[in-house]
Design a protein around this ligand. Structure first.
Ligand SMILES: *Cc1c(COP(=O)(O)O)cnc(C)c1O
Length: 477
């Protein structure tokens, strides 16, 4: 891919300086953080690819919108702007704003899940599954096998396997399935999209059995881009049209606006059913705030309304996904084992193949994320056994097929040069993988352990043994 095909479709108006550190400083910072990149302080980080959640750079229009915040407790003008944007671009009937995606997941799970229910979904997401379980439900994975296969190059690896969905219905009965949770650009599978044909088929099968489909719309715009790029018949359609069509097959959605919608905080729940909307509006008051702000300031809702309109612009979404692909191509060309095809929001490194000398019990992805930080100041995230947590019944560690390190690209924040530096850092480590040492857990929180767990190297003090030649991001830049 030539650079020109995706060059950033914006210019920079304000800058935020980055701090460069020495390998010794980073080694000390990583130890202090218990070898968990979530516990680093951001001023210790050089290029921050921890997450694309809430890390977006807002546009000048959005910042102007912030100044138009109507901070009335009830009936803020910004709520109505947001409602208009959600109606126009997502198409659902009722909007309930929440402080972020998990606020919407909490409401939806409490409203619809009864103890003993099962919720089929195309691969779990951490917060989504946690809320389903808190409500007494159990997640059942119905994603196609290709999603778990790092070697599969299928274009829509996020697709639901309809026979697994049928089997879940046969086993548990439609009465025990409050809804199917359909995720777009499946995060834990590497940001892999779902095809429109598959969405339509899931919707039809669920309709036959009287089961609702709830969309996790967090990455639906990125998914729409892949449908346009890859699915026959959708090339000439606009992102806006495709997004609405995706939503039209579903009965509602939860959404983390911190991703596609280009804001730093916010989320929403949408439903089409009037009675369910009424219940959701009763409940949002308890947990988030009044139904016209849901835990958000007026200015946040205004920025979100503008962000939604910007998110469906073709130049934006093509460059966003294109930047991810650019980094992926650099790594692929160097032979680094990554999930292919590259997904919508980040590069997922296969830690099992990257670090064959570290057994699963020593959390190779956690170790790789920690070592990459010490090597280069690039912050990434583990998406493997630490994120997968424990079986709710046996409390045994879950070892998912995928043991990944995610390099997640914030939207509109970094340039192509930052992608070059990131690729060089990963490749440096890939050429000397035996420098990386496995980890063991020293502290484990009860919920979503990956956020706050602490580790130590299984031998010695360092997760990254010194290089044969001294290397530092400071000296190489
Ligand atoms: C981020 C995310 C969520 C949770 O949203 P928050 O805003 O972080 O609470 C849910 N589902 C998916 C697919 C996500 O990527």
């Amino acid at each position: 891919m030539s650079k020109r095909s995706w060059a950033e479709p914006y210019k920079i108006k304000m800058i935020e300086p980055l701090r460069m550190t020495s390998p010794d400083e980073r080694d000390a910072a990583m130890s202090a953080a218990g070898f968990n990149t979530f516990l680093l302080r951001s001023d210790e980080v050089y290029i921050d690819l921890l997450t694309d959640s809430g890390t977006t750079a807002m546009s000048d229009r959005q910042w102007a919108g912030v100044m138009l915040g109507d901070e009335a407790y009830a009936g803020s003008a910004n709520y109505y702007h947001l409602e208009d944007a959600v109606h126009r671009y997502y198409g659902y009937k009722h909007l309930i704003p929440t402080h972020q995606g998990r606020g919407a997941e909490h409401l939806l799970s409490r409203l619809l899940i009864k103890p003993g229910d099962v919720v089929p979904g195309n691969m779990y997401f951490t917060t989504t599954r946690a809320h389903q379980e808190l409500a007494g439900g159990r997640f059942v994975d119905i994603i196609g096998d290709a999603a778990h296969d790092v070697n599969s190059k299928e274009p829509f690896k996020g697709n639901v396997d309809l026979s697994k969905l049928q089997a879940a219905i046969d086993t548990h009965g439609a009465g025990r399935i409050p809804y199917v949770c359909l995720q777009c650009c499946v995060n834990m599978a590497g940001g892999q999209p779902v095809s429109m044909a598959n969405i339509a088929a899931v919707s039809a099968l669920c309709k036959e059995h009287g089961i609702s489909v709830m969309l996790d719309a967090t990455r639906a715009v990125e998914n729409a881009y892949f449908i346009k790029a890859r699915e026959p018949g959708y090339g000439p359609r606009s992102i806006e049209e495709i997004l609405r069509e995706i939503c039209s097959y579903t009965d509602g959605c939860t959404n983390s606006a911190k991703k596609d919608c280009l804001v730093n905080i916010g989320g929403f729940l949408c439903v089409n059913d009037d009675a369910l909307a009424e219940e959701a509006r009763n409940m949002v008051v308890l947990f988030e705030g009044l139904h016209t702000y849901g835990g958000l300031a007026g200015r946040d809702m205004e920025a979100m309304a503008i962000g939604i309109a910007e998110s469906v612009q073709y130049d934006h979404i093509r460059a966003r996904v294109g930047q991810v692909e650019y980094l992926g191509t650099l790594l692929e060309n160097a032979g680094v084992p990554i999930i292919l095809p590259v997904g919508g929001h980040g590069i997922f490194i296969d830690a099992i193949r990257f670090l064959p000398h570290i057994p699963r019990e020593q959390f190779p992805a956690q170790a790789l994320a920690a070592a990459l930080f010490v090597e280069s100041g690039v912050r990434s995230m583990e998406r493997g056994a630490v994120s997968a947590g424990r079986d709710p019944d046996t409390r045994a560690n879950i070892f998912p097929k995928l043991e990944l390190v995610r390099l997640t690209i914030p939207r509109r924040v970094y340039t192509q040069a930052h992608m070059d530096v990131t690729a060089e850092s990963v490749i440096e480590l890939f050429n000397q993988p035996e420098r990386v040492v496995g980890l063991e857990i020293t502290h484990e929180p009860r919920y979503l352990r990956f956020f706050q767990a602490r580790f130590r190297p299984v031998t010695g003090e360092r997760v990254l043994k010194p290089a044969r030649e001294a290397l530092s991001c400071a000296s190489s830049n």
